[in-house]
Every structure is written in structure tokens, then in C-alpha cells.
Design a protein around this ligand. Structure first.
Ligand code: T1G
Length: 696
């Protein structure tokens, strides 16, 4: 074995050279890795005894892409293109041996090998679009030549990781090796290629699959139309499509130029900056400064859920999907039956969408059981309370659980904003109590706000953070305060949007501004979707708010065909003259004079109070770092990821601008805009929220 450099070595298996990259954690294409590849291939090609070369990676995965931490920095070492030229120019067959995830630049390297062999558990993808860019090392030109235009369009615009078995079907890999025997399999494959004189297959020279798309621009038109809603606001998907078009319409090297031009534009743009920031923000959120990675955790083999309502059922599905048995307890049989029926309905819908097979559904449903007896949860390792959002009811449940559930178990509440310490106080083991705030629908939404109580033990926190990953959630740790991180900030936006309506802005104008900003839906349309009568008590309604009046009129949202908006039979919304009249009467009754409110003011008065509240949340150490707040908003509240999150957005605007605007609106719209001390401090020190991320 010859060491090429600190991350690459070249060994021999008879006349087959094996170039091994070993650069944890994910063998990203850092400068040393590029150098290792370049010199490694150079050496193997030059060695007369070598008949073929296998490229393989040590550790958990094949190359998972360019090293994102190097973006924006000065480029050192060999370029990726030089490595690829070395590979494509090799007179000896090169076989890429893939395990884990061959992603981005990693797959682009593998596409420059003459053959690819993978283990069944491997996955391949070009996820650059999730970083607001596109595959910039020939992936958009080589992939369609190998897998065809339609599949390539799908892969580069979704960033999906394609399973090895499907990669084999679409021609992306040439053979599967036995799991755990990748090196042997790849070496044998290479030896066969030499023995049988197989051609040096270069993706760049393949034409049949793109020829099929030549003269069929409708393929691209249809693809754009079908995905318009999904790609709304994002720049990268369209640029990826243009590159695939170039692959069809231009010679390879011309297409490569198009790819490089569009790549350069995207990588220097604000969207990619935001999405790259967000990539690391999501990964940093799992790091808790005072809960080290080696903190002991509690084994969670059996989960109990109190309450089979919408949340309880959705939460149960997460654990069943992860293979963890879960028992749901209800007080009445019909409530339990209804809850389990909803769970099965959710699963059946996911079969239709292709997420699960019926076998998988039966397996998952087999892990979910019901009971009317709270005592049946005695042996659970984790019990999650998901009952009605009232403190007295929750405290009663926790007192009962405290008497029943084995010591050492975790007692969790799914409250969306009540005082977790007060709930914990209903037990003799507040150190075992934590908040696990799932978002509705709990089996779909990725965010999990984990609420650390004043007495919550570190192993309970560490276990909850780890469990979140097991059930496919993105966890963010929050301290105890009303509404935790997300709902507390949402309240600020809600208060202002309601206030602006009373000043003359119409609900559909506010919704349009926030929709155009990138939210999937504005607050008023969201209200109609959820139902305006959530928490509304007819007997106590006195027409004190616009919502009260609408509900009293039977306008309770989409389900009644009318709410803030009027809805047609297909639930398409249109502004309602009825609502406009209700609002007008309200304003007149309040003695205020309605005024025109600009889109700019609507946006600033909706977003800036959230940023300001975020600063207060940081001051109070409810959130560990600004990027955690951004992860909450992107994953839980529909904040457009290409704007990074409220705190990242504040930095893009400039904290001094946000402060100036807050002071302006404080003078005109009240103390809800009183700047947070932390924001004033950052501006005074010429710093940004991003600086606080570095300090956490
Ligand atoms: N660069 C640098 N660091 C990376 C990285 C990368 N590409 N991928 C992962 N890491 C770090 C990550 O920050 C974390 O660090 C650790 O590795 C484990 O990651 C030319 C320009 C591979 C599926 O977009 O999707 O190629 O927190 O916690 O859940 O066209 O990481 O431990 O300090 O996510 O097992 C394209 C990104 C790049 C893939 C593993 N590639 N990575 O998931 O672990 S652009 C990607 C992932 C590109 C070319 C272009 C995932 C993973 P730390 P993790 P995981």
C-alpha cells in the first residue's frame, strides 16, 4: 500500500489498483481529497502492472459531495475538473465502488468512472438544489446521458437520494455487490472488465438517451408546469432544468459551459447563501453545549401516548414507522376507535402516495395498540401526554403517570406552549419531565421543539434529541416560556396582522404579501384552513373580534365554504365582500380611519416583530443560538428556506436597518416594536446574529 496523502492511499489487489479515500465524516471533496484523487489516479495509470483501478471510500460513505465548508474560500489543491479529466482520460478501466451516499460532486466523480458498482444499501443523488445551486462538475450533462432526461430532471430538481436497486434499473450503476463485500465485488468486476476487454464507457460520449429528447421541448414545458407550485420562489430548480435542456440541445462541452455559467450565478446569490447556512443550522441544532455527545441516554423500546386525538395518533405513527412499539391510551372506547381509525386512514393515504407499501402499513399498525387503562403504560420507557391543552387536565394526567410509570422512564408533554415546569411540578420526578412539542400533522411535520424544564436531567435531554433523529425529526431545544420559540414569535406576527386589518389592510392583501415573500400560505387563509372556530365558544361569543363575528355568521372557514375568504366548490378562495363589510363596520365602530397600507409596511410589520421577539428569546436563553430559531421557522412554520430563517434574514437586511425600522414603527404603531436590548447591543457593536451562532 502506498500512501498518496493524509486522506488517500493506493493499494493493489493483484493487477487491480485500489484507490481509497478516507476523510471523515463524509469523504467530502476537500482540497486534500481532490489532491489524493488526482495523484492517486495519476500513479495508478502510470503503473504498468496496473490493469484497472477501483475507487472506494473508507468510513460510512462514498464521497458525499464537494466540501461545503470550502465554498466561498480560496480554492486550494487540484480542481475537481482536473480529477475528472484524469479519470475520463484513463486508458485503464476505472470502477467506482459505492456505499453510503454518493452525492453531488461525489456522484459527479463516479460518473467519470467507466463503471459503477454499489452495495444494495447505497444511494446516489445530486442534492445541490437543496443548497440553492446545481451540480457544477458536469453532473447536469453526464446524468441525463446515463439515466435519460426525465429521471435526470427529477433527480436534480428534487435532490432525491435514489436507492441502489433503482440506480441499477436506470443504468446509474452497472452492478450490485454483496453488502459488506464491496471491495471484493468491485475488484472482481474490474478484473472481469479487463479480462473481457470491456469498453472504456464514458458518460460524456453517450447519446442515445438524450437523442430521445431532442426536438421535444414539451418534455421541459410539462415538467415546469407540473412542478411550478413546488418550485415557487426558488431559483435553483429552473437553472437545473436549463442545464438539462443544454445537455439535450448542445454538444457536451458547450453544455458544460452553460452549467458553469449558471452554477457561478447561483453560488454567488442570496438564496444559495441562505440554503447553505441552513444546511449547517440544521446540523448544529442537535449540539447542546452543556449536554455533551457522550451523555448517557435511556433506551426507548416501548412508548406510551395519552390521548388518541389528531396529535396523539400522528405522534404514534412516528414511533411505529421507526419500529418502536407504541400504546395509545384513551378514556372512552369510541374515542380510541376513532383515533386508531384516523391512524389507519393516514397510512392508507400514504400507500396511495407511494410512501409505504400495504405490507409496511400492516407492520406499522401491528406496532400500535390501544388501551383504556393508563396502568398499561407502567413499563414504557417514554410516555407522551397529548391531551386537551388545559393546565389542570395535564397536571392531573402527570400526577397519575407519576404514580404508575416505572422509575427511569421519561414523562413528556406535547403542550404547544404551556409551562412545562408547572406540569413537571405535578410529579415527584420533575427531572424526568420534558416537553416534546410535535407540529400538526405530527406524522408529517419535521420539526420537534424539545422543551427543557428547569429540572430536566441531561440524559433525558440527550435521549430526546437522539430519539428525534430516530423518528426522522429535526429537533430544536427550547427553554420554558409561553409559546416556546415558534408560537411565541408567531404571536407577534399574528398581533400585527390583526392590527393592520383594523387600520385598513385587507386580509387577502396581507396574505398576498406573505405568500409572495415565500410562506406557503398567509395567516388568514391558514385560519380558514384550520377553522376559525378553534377555541371559539359560541355561548361566550359577543362579536368582540372580527373572527367572532365571522363565526357567529357561520363563516368558520373552508369547511363552511366561507371564512375570511369565500370558497367555491373546489375550495378555491376569493376575497369576500362580506368579510370586507364586517371589517369596515368594525373599523368605523372603533372610531379609527382606515388607511392604505403599503406592501412594504405589511411585510415589515409582520416580520420585524418576529425578529425582535427572536432577539428577546436569545437574550433569555430560551434558544441556544439564532440558527436554532431559523430551524424552527423553516421546519415548523413554512419560512422559505431560501431566505434562511428570520434571524438570518435580519442579518441579510442588516441589524441596523431592522433596528431603525422597529424604532420607526414603535413611534407609529406602538411598543410592540420596542427594540430588544440584544438587537440594540449587536448594532452598537457592529455585529450580526451570525456572530452569536459562532459563540454557542
Ligand atoms: N461538506 C462538508 N461537510 C459535510 C458535508 C459536505 N458536503 N456533508 C456532510 N457534512 C458534515 C455535516 O456538517 C456533519 O458535520 C457531518 O458531515 C455529518 O453529516 C460540485 C458543488 C451525507 C446524507 O449536499 O446530505 O457537491 O455536524 O449530520 O445525517 O456539484 O450529510 O458532525 O460537524 O448530515 O448521516 C452536495 C450533504 C454538495 C450532501 C449524511 N452534497 N450532506 O447525513 O450526517 S455541493 C450534499 C448530506 C456539490 C458539486 C457541488 C448528509 C449525508 P458535524 P450529517 P447524516
Amino acid at each position: 500500500m502506498a500512501e498518496i496523502n493524509s486522506v488517500a492511499d493506493l493499494s493493489r489487489d493483484g493487477d487491480i489498483a485500489v484507490l481509497t479515500i478516507d476523510s471523515p465524516p463524509v469523504n467530502a471533496l476537500s482540497a486534500p481529497v481532490r489532491d489524493g484523487l488526482h495523484h492517486g489516479f495519476e500513479k495508478a495509470v502510470a503503473d504498468p502492472e496496473v490493469k484497472a483501478i477501483v475507487l472506494i471510500c473508507a468510513g460510512r460513505t462514498f464521497i458525499a459531495g464537494a466540501d461545503i465548508t470550502e465554498f466561498g474560500g480560496a480554492r486550494k489543491g487540484a480542481s475537481l475538473f482536473a480529477v475528472q479529466e484524469k479519470m475520463e482520460g484513463s486508458p485503464k478501466p476505472i470502477v467506482a465502488a459505492i456505499h453510503g451516499t454518493a452525492l453531488g460532486g461525489g456522484l459527479e466523480v463516479a460518473l467519470c468512472a467507466h463503471y459503477r458498482v454499489a452495495v444494495p444499501s447505497a444511494r446516489c443523488g445530486l442534492p445541490e438544489v437543496n443548497l440553492g445551486i446545481l451540480p457544477g462538475a458536469g453532473g447536469t450533462q453526464r446524468l441525463p446521458r446515463v439515466v435519460g432526461v426525465e429521471k435526470a430532471l427529477e433527480m436534480v430538481t428534487t435532490g432525491q437520494h435514489v436507492a441502489a436497486s433503482q440506480c441499477l434499473e436506470i443504468g446509474l450503476v452497472d452492478a450490485l455487490a454483496e453488502e459488506g463485500k464491496l471491495r471484493e465485488g468491485a475488484v472482481a468486476f474490474a478484473r472481469k472488465a479487463v479480462a473481457e476487454g470491456w469498453p472504456l464507457k464514458k458518460a460524456r460520449d453517450l447519446t442515445d438517451k438524450i437523442a430521445a429528447a431532442k426536438g421535444h421541448p414539451e418534455i421541459f414545458t410539462a415538467f415546469r408546469t407540473t412542478n411550478a407550485r413546488k418550485f415557487r420562489g426558488f431559483k435553483a430548480p429552473e437553472y437545473n432544468i436549463r442545464c438539462i435542456e443544454a445537455a439535450v440541445n448542445l454538444p457536451f462541452d458547450e453544455g458544460l459551459k452553460t452549467e458553469r455559467t449558471l452554477f457561478a450565478e447561483l453560488i454567488s446569490g442570496p438564496q444559495s447563501a441562505a440554503q447553505r447556512y441552513y444546511f449547517f443550522a440544521e446540523r448544529t441544532a442537535s449540539k447542546i453545549p452543556d449536554v455533551p455527545a457522550d451523555t448517557p441516554t435511556i433506551a426507548v423500546k416501548q412508548v406510551g401516548i395519552v390521548g388518541a386525538g389528531t396529535m396523539g395518533g400522528g405522534i404514534a405513527m412516528n414511533f411505529a414507522n421507526a419500529g418502536i412499539p407504541v400504546k395509545i391510551v384513551e378514556v372512552k372506547q369510541e374515542a380510541l376507535d376513532r383515533g386508531l381509525k384516523v391512524v389507519r386512514g393516514n397510512y392508507e393515504r400514504s400507500v396511495k402516495s407511494g410512501r409505504f407499501t400495504m405490507d409496511q402499513v400492516d407492520k406499522h399498525m401491528g406496532l400500535i395498540s390501544g388501551s383504556l387503562d393508563l396502568a398499561s403504560l407502567a413499563d414504557c420507557d417514554l410516555v407522551i401526554e397529548a391531551v386537551f391543552e388545559r393546565m389542570d387536565i395535564k397536571k392531573d394526567v402527570f400526577a397519575k403517570l407519576d404514580a404508575i410509570v416505572k422509575q427511569g422512564a421519561i414523562l413528556a408533554t406535547n403542550t404547544s406552549g404551556l409551562n412545562v415546569d408547572e406540569i413537571a411540578g405535578a410529579t415527584k420526578r420533575p427531572e424526568a419531565v420534558i416537553g416534546l412539542h410535535f407540529f400538526s400533522p405530527a406524522n408529517v411535520m419535521k420539526l420537534l421543539e424539545i422543551v427543557r424544564g428547569a429540572k430536566t436531567r441531561k440524559p433525558v435531554i440527550a435521549t430526546s434529541m437522539k430519539l428525534a433523529k430516530t423518528i426522522g425529526k429535526i429537533a430544536v431545544l427550547s427553554g420554558v416560556c409561553p409559546g416556546f420559540i415558534g408560537n411565541r414569535m408567531l404571536r407577534q406576527r399574528g398581533a400585527q396582522t390583526q392590527k393592520m386589518v383594523m387600520e385598513g389592510a385587507l386580509p387577502w392583501d396581507i396574505d398576498r404579501v406573505l405568500y409572495d415573500f415565500g410562506f406557503p400560505m398567509g395567516p388568514f387563509a391558514m385560519g380558514d384552513l384550520a377553522g376559525l372556530d378553534i377555541g371559539w365558544v359560541p355561548e361566550r361569543s359577543k362579536g368582540e373580534t372580527i373572527r367572532d363575528v365571522l363565526c357567529e355568521m357561520g363563516r368558520r372557514g373552508q369547511k363552511t365554504g366561507a371564512g375570511y375568504y369565500d370558497y367555491d366548490e373546489n375550495r378555491n378562495a376569493k376575497p369576500s365582500p362580506v368579510t370586507e363589510k364586517v371589517i369596515h363596520d368594525f373599523i368605523v365602530k372603533s372610531g379609527a380611519n382606515p388607511r392604505g397600507i403599503s406592501d412594504e409596511e405589511i411585510l415589515e410589520r409582520s416580520i420585524y416583530p418576529m425578529i425582535n421577539e427572536g432577539a428577546k428569546i436569545l437574550e433569555e436563553r430560551i434558544a441556544i443560538r439564532p440558527s436554532d430559531i431559523d430551524v424552527v421557522w423553516v421546519n415548523g412554520y413554512g419560512w422559505p428556506v431560501y431566505r434562511g430563517g428570520p434571524m438570518f434574514y435580519a442579518d441579510q437586511l442588516g441589524p441596523e436597518r431592522v433596528l431603525a425600522k422597529l424604532r420607526h414603527y414603535q413611534a407609529t404603531a406602538g411598543d410592540a416594536f420596542k427594540p430588544a436590548a440584544l438587537l440594540e447591543k449587536l448594532v452598537a457593536e457592529g455585529r450580526k446574529f451570525a456572530d452569536l451562532n459562532k459563540e454557542s
